[in-house]
Write a protein that binds this ligand. Structure first.
Ligand code: S3P
Length: 439
């Protein structure tokens, strides 16, 4: 497991991004492919599956609940679905590592089972808020014990679930998905309203597997008691992983990089919208649909960036991309202001503080605010920064090296393996001078 080995990155300054690469599969869609494929009737073939620790934790948890899953081998996974009522009690606690998506979606799905289960995670996951899922699940009739609102979650067996109509207090696809998955096991029609659009991969995959989901504006409804039919799922490349390369190309003169077969679901493209507002030169080609999800090749060429006020409606659409976008802001001319992003404080780390602290160490004028950050673009220097065991913080500071005045050392980067196991290899391939040092 990543947390047992300590890895630091050493990034030499300079370089630019050139070439064409495909980054690994979408993490959100990979999780959902295992969950829904396991509950389906029939055999689901997944291609492009992310072989990162988070999605593998989900895979292992369904194996532990009696589902035969072959692979992953070169991104291919075969899931022998057991049907809506076919899961078996896991013999041990279900360990979900660093993965918030696994624990929050599974809590909804397991609330409807006839067996008790306990969900645990690593140090970071054990500190993350779970009331956002246990509160609505309790309203549905689930009985879940937690450690003062944090993992482990003990989900008690055999409670009859009843549909609810629920207004999400925060824009969260994990909470929305959790409630929809529980809704499949509830009596009646469960309805969730979100404050703004969040990623809709759950809704798309449910529909693709023949489970009716009704979407009307900001409201999603699902009726309990339906079934899922196995289908083949082609997982697009993860736009959140592509982001590090998009930002790298946007900030380094001479860059011209193409990222192929990237998922460009409208609920995920905040990073493209924000970078374009900053002046980035981004074009999409080969746009098509695969398995109900839009994909495209993204080409990004260097162009000077300017600071902006980030529109708040883009925040949920770029929620995982802000650490990298802060690096873009550090390289832009003028001031960038982010507001309405307090959710960033409860991710794998407090991403506002982690980035503000690291950017300051590198000589950038970055000030955290309660719900965002203010960054004055300038010169990136050199220094030693902490990733706080957060994969996206580690990769963001890595690409800052392209514009740095000297070497950047980034500590505790092992968790990059949760979402992007071949990051160092691909980054070196397209033009970053980065080494991984084991401690
Ligand atoms: C995810 C939803 C987002 C995101 C996370 C993956 C998902 O979390 O940050 O990386 O797959 O549903 P929130 O729902 O907490 O915003």
């Amino acid at each position: 497991m990543s947390s047992e080995s300590k890895k630091n990155y050493i990034v030499q300054p300079g370089g630019s991004f050139k070439g064409s690469i495909r980054v690994p599969g979408d993490k959100s869609i990979s999780h959902r492919s295992i969950m829904l494929g396991s509950l389906a009737e029939g055999v689901t073939e997944v291609t492009g599956f992310l072989e990162g620790e988070d999605a593998l934790a989900t895979l292992a948890s369904f194996r532990a609940m009696g589902v035969q899953i072959d692979g992953p081998k070169e991104g291919k996974v075969t899931i022998h679905g057991v049907g809506m009522k076919g899961l078996k009690a896991p013999k041990e606690d279900v360990y979900l590592g660093n993965s918030g998506t696994s624990i929050r979606l599974l809590s909804g799905l397991l609330a409807g089972q006839q067996f008790t289960s306990t969900l645990t995670g690593d140090k970071s996951l054990s500190g993350r808020p779970m009331r956002r899922v246990t509160d609505p699940l309790a309203l549905m009739g689930a009985v879940i014990d937690s450690n003062d609102g944090k993992p482990p979650l003990l989900i008690k067996a055999g409670n009859k679930l009843t549909a609810i109509t629920y207004k999400l207090p925060m824009a969260s696809a994990q909470v929305k998905s959790c409630i929809l998955l529980a809704g499949m096991y509830a009596e009646g029609t469960t309805t969730v309203t979100e404050p703004g659009p969040t990623r809709d991969h759950t809704e798309r995959m449910l529909s693709g597997m023949g489970y009716q989901v009704e979407v009307q504006g900001d409201t999603v409804s699902i009726e309990g008691g339906g079934k899922l039919t196995a289908t083949n799922i082609d997982v697009p490349a993860d736009i959140s992983s592509a982001t590090f390369f998009m930002v790298g190309a946007a900030i380094s003169e001479g860059s011209d990089l193409t990222l192929t077969h990237v998922g460009v679901n409208p609920t995920r493209i905040g990073v493209i919208n924000i970078l374009r507002l900053m002046g980035a030169d981004i074009s999409l080609s080969n746009e098509k649909m695969t398995g109900g999800e839009p994909v495209a090749d993204i080409r990004i060429k260097y162009a000077p960036l300017k600071g902006i006020n980030i529109p708040e409606d883009q925040v949920p659409l770029a929620i995982d991309e802000f650490p990298a976008l802060f690096v873009a802001a550090a390289c832009a001319e003028g001031q960038t202001v982010l507001t309405g992003a307090e959710e960033l404080r409860v991710k794998e780390s407090d991403r506002i503080q982690a980035m503000a602290d690291g950017l300051q160490i590198l000589g950038v004028d970055a000030q955290s605010t309660t719900d965002g950050i203010i960054i004055n673009g300038g010169v990136i220097g050199s220094g030693e920064v902490e990733s706080h065991d957060d994969h996206r913080i580690a990769m963001s500071f890595a690409i800052a090296g392209l514009q740095a005045g000297g070497t950047i050392q980034i500590n505790d980067c092992a968790n990059v393996a949760t979402s992007f196991p071949n990051f160092v290899e691909l980054a070196n391939e397209v033009g970053l001078d980065i080494d991984e040092i084991d401690e």
